[in-house]
Design a binder for this molecule. Structure first.
Ligand SMILES: [Zn+2]
Ligand SMILES: [Zn+2]
Length: 276
């Protein structure tokens, strides 16, 4: 049975190295085992934080796709396999407040034997509490309750130092001895349950994508890279900015295919002609 299930997995029996300091292998391993018969193993030595951190103590120098590819390639090198995987998250903090913020989680798979990079992003809205300065234990406890501590870990900024990965209330409160301090959620995967759920979802879609061969050259990883806008208005037929198709492409050859979306006309509310 297993042989049939994995008959079209290009990665059956392989090892995929995932570059992580933060336990991300547990998010990807089940999907890669079930869909691809591939084993996902974490790196031990790779310092993924050297490429930039959420807390800003290491600036992010590379674009997310390049940072993720660099991590995936370094992970593959460390474990001595041609297959590497890494993820890179970004949050749009602009809105402030306790409302949702845009969260993009990008997975990057590299296959050094085939010479391909397969990126796959997921965009969602996440609840990310903004940083807050607290002066006493009551204020600190209110903040911790709001961020669902200790499931969500926190970062404390006190006396010019950053204390990451705190999950014990006494450790947080002890830092108040220096006076008022900054509190913020720790967004790293092992400290953030919401992000772990997103990573698991990304694991399944990436594994499914790697089972999808290019219709022209059969390279694995054929999948979405872009969208086509211009869905026609249901009332007047003018083109709107709504998406009418997804574009799939190959990581190795120029093959591109449009996949029309199920929705075939746009709500007139989104039409500039109907709403001048
Ligand atoms: Zn219209
Ligand atoms: Zn191709």
């Amino acid at each position: 049975m297993a042989a049939a299930r994995f008959a079209n997995s290009p990665y059956a029996g392989t090892t995929v190295a995932i570059g992580t300091l933060h336990g991300k292998e547990s998010a990807f391993a089940p999907a890669f085992r079930r869909w691809l018969d591939a084993e996902v193993r974490p790196t031990v030595d790779l310092d993924t934080d050297a490429l930039g951190t959420f807390t800003g103590d290491v600036p992010r120098a590379l674009r997310p796709t390049d940072a993720a590819a660099a991590k995936a390639i370094a992970a593959a090198a460390e474990l001595g396999t041609p297959l590497g995987l890494a993820t890179e998250a970004s949050y749009a903090m602009a809105f402030g407040g306790f409302g949702p913020v845009a969260h993009e989680e990008l997975a990057m798979f590299v296959d050094l034997d085939r010479g391909i990079r397969v990126p796959h992003p997921i965009r969602s809205y996440a609840r990310v509490a903004p940083a807050q300065v607290v002066a006493d234990a009551d204020e600190a406890r209110r903040y911790l309750a709001r961020v669902r501590f200790p499931h969500q870990g926190v970062v404390v900024r006190a006396e010019g130092r950053i204390h990451k990965g705190l999950q014990r209330e006494e450790d947080v409160l002890a830092l108040l001895r220096h006076g008022p301090m900054g509190l913020e959620p720790d967004l790293r995967a092992h400290m953030n349950p919401e992000r772990r759920r997103t990573l698991r979802r990304l694991g399944w879609v990436m594994a499914a994508r790697l089972r999808t061969p290019c219709p022209a050259c059969e390279t694995p990883g054929f999948g979405p890279v872009d969208v086509v806008r211009g869905l026609r208005c249901a009332a007047c037929g003018a083109r709107t900015s709504r998406v009418r198709a997804d574009v799939d492409s190959c990581a190795a050859c120029p093959e591109r295919r449009e996949r029309p979306r199920a929705v075939t006309s746009a709500d007139p509310a989104s039409c500039e002609v109907c709403n001048p």
